[in-house]
Ligand binder design. Structure first.
Ligand SMILES: NC(=O)c1ccc[n+]([C@@H]2O[C@H](COP(=O)([O-])OP(=O)(O)OC[C@H]3O[C@@H](n4cnc5c(N)ncnc54)[C@H](OP(=O)(O)O)[C@@H]3O)[C@@H](O)[C@H]2O)c1
Length: 170
């Protein structure tokens, strides 16, 4: 099956946005650089319709796949379960995809038990309220693979999901 990773930036208090229309342009340059590098390396970005609407245009040089109940002109849309979508992408020869949010899509993929790695950036900010990275009950163990402290205090974390020690609540 095609491998997938989650990539997200959040505040020190765990929020990825203040509300659904709040675009993720508040992140550090180091986070943006890592996002571009990793998503281009994967070649395919998967996101929900709300996140897609926060972007000025589809992400260039990457296949954009958008979870949407309706078709969008010129964009690949889907409503498939994560495992079914990853199987289909495997059949198309795609080795890896980046799950780019938002909260609804991160939760759906995490709960499906298909996420191999999480690239999380903790920005030195507090929103106090808003959308969390995940929005449902779950319990997974993570193995910390790397930490980079960026110039202005952002932490770039890389985790691997340890399914052997995790309880999957699907
Ligand atoms: N900080 C970060 O790194 C980061 C990254 C990405 C996004 N964000 C932020 O996250 C926010 C958006 O998150 P969100 O949770 O509100 O929305 P979202 O996950 O981006 O998208 C939800 C949308 O996807 C559709 N969808 C979900 N599952 C579907 C399925 N199985 N079939 C068809 N359509 C499906 C939903 O359709 P229905 O309407 O039918 O349910 C809904 O319209 C924005 O503010 C964005 O800026 C932050």
């Amino acid at each position: 099956m095609t491998k997938c990773f989650i990539i997200a930036a959040m505040t020190a208090d765990g929020y990825i946005a203040k509300e659904v229309k709040h675009a993720a342009f508040w992140t550090s340059k180091e986070d943006k650089k890592r996002f571009v590098e990793l998503t281009k390396q994967a070649g395919v970005v998967i996101m929900g319709l709300n996140t897609f609407h926060t972007l000025p245009r589809p992400l260039k040089e990457r296949i954009n796949i958008v979870y949407s109940p309706d078709k969008i002109e010129g964009i690949e849309t889907t409503a498939k379960e994560p495992k079914e979508l990853l199987d289909e992408l495997d059949g198309r020869g795609i080795k890896e995809v980046a799950i780019c949010g938002g909260s609804q899509i991160y939760t759906m993929f995490m709960k499906a038990g298909v996420v191999d790695r999480l690239y999380l950036t903790i920005e030195p900010l507090i929103f106090g309220n808003g959308l969390r990275l995940f929005r449902e009950d779950m319990h997974y163990h993570l193995e910390l693979k790397s930490v980079v402290q960026a110039e202005h205090g952002a932490l770039l974390l890389e985790y691997k999901v340890d399914y052997s020690g995790s309880m999957k609540l699907n």
